[in-house]
Ligand binder design. Structure first.
Ligand code: UD1
Length: 352
């Protein structure tokens, strides 16, 4: 079987690394990298650390508006699919690269399979919500990480070829956790102590592109009496500078460049708490049993909330301060909600 996988951004590199390894034991895989993420620290370092094979096609789309990015990807992915004629196209997650891959394949009547299918935040102002919903509706095979995702699809009338596989990010996390512990020197390098610091990651458009929200977040972080390590996404850096907030944030937290996967896992594993607006990081925090405070009003990972290990605080300064200062979840309520590291093997066996 010939499978074409579409990648473009950091979390997709993480997810595909484990599926690719499984897939390539018996099948041919062609990798298309759209180039949505292109800086060394956003891109190449993941390929190096996770031993992801070199992409067969690098489309070099780069940054731009949603229409530009998705449109350019659609044209170029179509050209590759026409040439390669794969049996199946595999897409991951909810980014513009995911949407372009699923659309290109389905319009050519090539079977598409979506990994991380069925997730919903029910917030259509998020570009990711549009991307994942459309991708699910034009995919032929739907791989769901959780039962909630299976039920979401059912409510939208999608019941055929829906599989509960567990979560591929858990596979990747479990596979790399010990490697990260042994290899990464980030804790010593930063001069911090295990469980003596918080990590913050912010990159969601609703937080970065909105001046009031970004200011509230910077205000809250400046008032917290904690060591905060903040790996800075390029989008966030751009808007912090645009709104004149960069220097203030820099004086109260430890701003560092985006991290490779192994450094980031180790830093999460030893953190006292994680503050984030990322989807994947909420889940990784849960799996690592690190309390998570999510700077959004909704989440597609409701299980983390229901188990009491994640709290939604939006971009509200008082809610951020109050929660960080009082949050202490109990191990008794932590259930293993995202699978046990076999999602990639499940996916590949279903694809056969
Ligand atoms: C994208 C995804 C988001 C995912 C995130 C993972 C969409 C709509 N969003 O968001 O769902 O959670 O990736 O990180 O697909 N930039 C650089 N260098 C890079 C990449 C980006 O400088 O290597 C800058 C550019 O100024 C760009 C901005 O970051 O305009 C945003 O990048 P983009 O790929 O559009 O979206 P993300 O915010 O990374």
């Amino acid at each position: 079987m010939k499978v074409t996988s579409i990648l473009g951004v950091r979390p997709q590199f993480v997810k595909s690394s484990v599926v690719s390894r499984e897939l390539r034991k018996k099948h041919e895989e062609i990798l298309i990298h759209t180039g949505q993420h292109y800086d060394y620290q956003m891109n190449k370092v993941f390929f190096e650390q996770l031993n992801i094979p070199e992409p067969d096609y690098l489309l070099d789309i780069g940054s731009g508006s949603h229409g530009y990015q998705t449109g350019e990807m659609l044209k170029k992915i179509e050209e590759v699919l026409v040439k390669e004629k794969p049996d199946i196209v595999l897409t991951y997650g909810d980014t513009n690269s995911t949407l372009a891959g699923a659309l290109a394949a389905s319009k050519l009547h090539i079977k598409t399979a979506h990994v991380e299918s069925g997730l919903r935040s029910f917030d259509k102002s998020m570009p990711e919500e549009i991307n994942r919903t459309v991708t699910d509706h034009c995919s032929d095979i739907l791989f769901c990480p959780t039962m909630t995702a299976v039920e979401n699809l059912k409510k939208e009338g999608i019941e055929e070829n829906v599989y509960l596989t567990g979560d591929v990010m858990v596979d990747s996390l479990l596979y790399n956790r010990e490697i990260a512990e042994n290899k990464s020197t980030i804790i010593n390098y930063l001069g911090i102590k295990s469980k003596g610091y918080l990590i913050a990651t912010i990159h969601r458009a609703s937080n970065t592109d909105n001046e009031e929200n970004l200011k509230n977040i910077v205000d809250a972080f400046s008032e917290l009496n904690e060591t905060i390590i903040f790996p800075l996404h390029p989008r966030t850096e751009k808007f912090l500078k645009k709104y004149g907030l960069y220097d203030r944030l820099k004086s109260s937290v430890s701003l560092i460049q985006p991290l490779g996967f192994l450094e980031f896992i180790k830093l999460m594993d030893h953190a006292k708490m994680i503050l984030t607006d990322s989807g994947g990081v909420q889940k990784e925090a849960y799996v690592l049993k690190v309390p998570c405070v999510t700077l959004r009003e909704n989440t597609e990972w409701v299980e983390t909330i229901n188990d009491g290990w994640n709290v939604l605080v939006g971009a509200d300064k008082e809610r951020i301060l109050e929660t960080v200062n009082s949050f202490s979840p109990s191990l008794n309520t932590h259930c293993n909600r995202f699978g046990n590291g076999t999602a990639s093997a499940n996916i590949v066996s279903i694809l056969k």
